[in-house]
Design a binder for this molecule. Structure first.
Ligand SMILES: *[C@@H]1O[C@H](CO)[C@@H](O)[C@H](O)[C@H]1NC(C)=O
Ligand SMILES: *[C@@H]1O[C@H](CO)[C@@H](O)[C@H](O)[C@H]1NC(C)=O
Length: 353
C-alpha cells in the first residue's frame, strides 16, 4: 500500500513537472519571438491590402439560402502590391562549396566569442538557451596599438545606439591606466559588428542599430524586439585617427562579432543576419561567405554555407575555413532563426585574387 506521504510526494512531483513544462513553454514562446510582436509590427502597416488573397467558404447546400461568408486569408509575405515576396529573397547568388562536417563542439553556443592561436580555435562565453540572460551590450572591441578599444554597441537599454569610443592602455593582460581615454566617436553606433585590426588599421564592419529591449518591471526579465536596422557599412581608422568610410558589404550584415578570419590580406566573413523581411518582419539569416580584399578594397561573395547561420565562430588553418556555434535557419526555404548549434564544419577556402 502507498503511504499518504508517498502520495503527497508524487502529487508535488507532478506539480513541479507541470510547472517546469509551463516555464519551458513560456521560454519557448518568448524565444520564438512571438506573433504578438509581428502583429504589433503589422499594425504599423495599416495600408496592407487585406483583400488580395481571398476565397469563398463552401456553403452547405440546402434549400434555404445561407448567406455566403467571405473569409480573407492574408499571407504575411505579401507586399503592398499584393505580390508574394519569397522568404528567401535576401539570399545572394554564391558558389556552391564542398563542406565537411567535423566533430561536434561539447555544447551548442549562441553569441559566443572565439580566438584562434596557431592551430587551436578557442571558443568561449555565450549561452545555450535563453535562460542565461546577457547584460552589458555588445560594443565592438579590439586591441590596437597597445590599447584596448571599445566603441559603439547599445546603451544600457540594449536598444539605443551608442557612438562612444574609448581606449585603455593594456599590457600582458593588465591595464596600464586607471581611466579610459575618450577617442573619436564612431560615425554609427549599435551592436553586433565585426571589429578587426589588419596591418595596423582598425576596421568596424556591419552591425545594426536597435535590438531586443528589456520589458520594464518584467519579473522574468523578458525582452521585446524593437525596430532594428542592419548595416553594410565599413569604417576604418588609421594614422589620421579619423574614421574613413570604405565600400559597403554586398548586403547588410550583423551578428558577426567573431564570424571572421584574415587570410592573405583579405577579411573573410561567415554568415550573420541581414535586414528583416519587409512584410513578415521575421529575422533573416545570412547563408553566404564574404571576402573583403584589402589590397583592392573590394567585396565579393565567395561561397554558400551548408545553411544560413548567425554569430558563427570562425577559424582558418592550413587552407581550411572552419566554423562552429551560432544559430541556424529553419531550413532551405525559411531563413528565420531556429536552433542554437554546436556543429563544426570546414571547407577548402578559395579566395578571389
Ligand atoms: C507565402 O506565405 C504562404 C503562407 O505562409 C506560403 O504558403 C507561401 O509558400 C509563401 N510564399 C513564399 C513565396 O514564400
Ligand atoms: C594565400 O596566398 C598564398 C601565397 O600566394 C597562396 O599559396 C594561398 O593559396 C593563398 N590562400 C588562399 C586561401 O587563397
Amino acid at each position: 500500500m502507498v503511504r499518504p506521504s508517498g502520495k503527497h510526494t508524487s502529487a508535488r512531483l507532478l506539480l513541479i513537472c507541470i510547472g517546469l513544462l509551463g516555464i519551458a513553454l513560456v521560454a519557448d514562446l518568448f524565444w520564438a519571438s512571438s506573433p504578438r510582436f509581428t502583429s504589433s509590427y503589422l499594425s504599423q502597416w495599416p495600408s496592407l491590402d487585406k483583400s488580395q488573397t481571398s476565397f469563398i467558404l463552401p456553403s452547405k447546400t440546402s434549400e434555404h439560402e445561407i448567406p455566403r461568408k467571405e473569409k480573407t486569408i492574408r499571407y504575411k509575405n505579401e507586399t503592398l502590391a499584393g505580390r508574394i515576396l519569397s522568404a528567401t529573397f535576401a539570399d545572394l547568388p554564391a558558389p556552391e562549396l564542398k563542406w565537411e562536417k567535423m566533430a561536434h563542439a561539447p555544447v551548442p553556443r549562441l553569441d559566443g566569442a572565439a580566438i584562434q592561436i596557431k592551430n587551436l580555435l578557442f571558443v568561449f562565453a555565450g549561452y545555450g538557451t535563453i535562460d542565461y540572460v546577457r547584460t552589458l551590450y555588445a560594443p565592438a572591441t579590439q586591441l590596437w596599438r597597445g590599447r584596448l578599444h571599445v566603441m559603439g554597441g547599445s546603451k544600457e537599454n540594449r536598444h539605443t545606439p551608442g557612438l562612444e569610443h574609448w581606449s585603455l592602455a593594456v599590457k600582458d593582460g593588465k591595464a596600464l591606466e586607471t581611466e579610459w581615454r575618450t577617442e573619436i566617436p564612431i560615425p554609427r553606433g549599435g551592436p553586433h559588428r565585426a571589429c578587426i585590426v589588419v596591418d595596423d588599421r582598425l576596421y568596424a564592419i556591419g552591425g545594426q542599430e536597435g535590438d531586443f529591449m528589456a520589458k520594464p518591471g518584467s519579473p522574468i526579465f523578458k525582452c521585446s524586439r524593437r525596430h532594428e536596422i542592419v548595416y553594410s557599412d565599413v569604417y576604418m581608422l588609421d594614422d589620421d585617427m579619423k574614421w574613413k568610410e570604405l565600400p559597403p558589404m554586398p548586403k547588410p550584415d550583423s551578428h558577426i562579432e567573431f564570424a571572421w578570419v584574415i587570410v592573405n590580406n583579405s577579411i573573410v566573413i561567415v554568415g550573420g543576419t541581414t535586414d528583416k523581411h519587409p512584410v513578415t518582419k521575421k529575422m533573416i539569416l545570412v547563408g553566404e561567405i564574404f571576402q573583403f580584399n584589402l589590397n583592392k578594397l573590394e567585396w565579393s561573395v565567395i561561397g554558400k554555407l551548408p545553411f544560413r547561420v548567425k554569430t558563427t565562430l570562425v577559424g582558418f588553418w592550413d587552407g581550411w575555413l572552419y566554423f562552429t556555434s551560432g544559430q541556424r535557419d529553419k531550413g532551405p526555404d525559411d531563413p528565420a532563426p531556429r536552433k542554437v548549434i554546436g556543429e563544426m564544419w570546414r571547407t577548402k577556402l578559395k579566395l578571389n585574387s
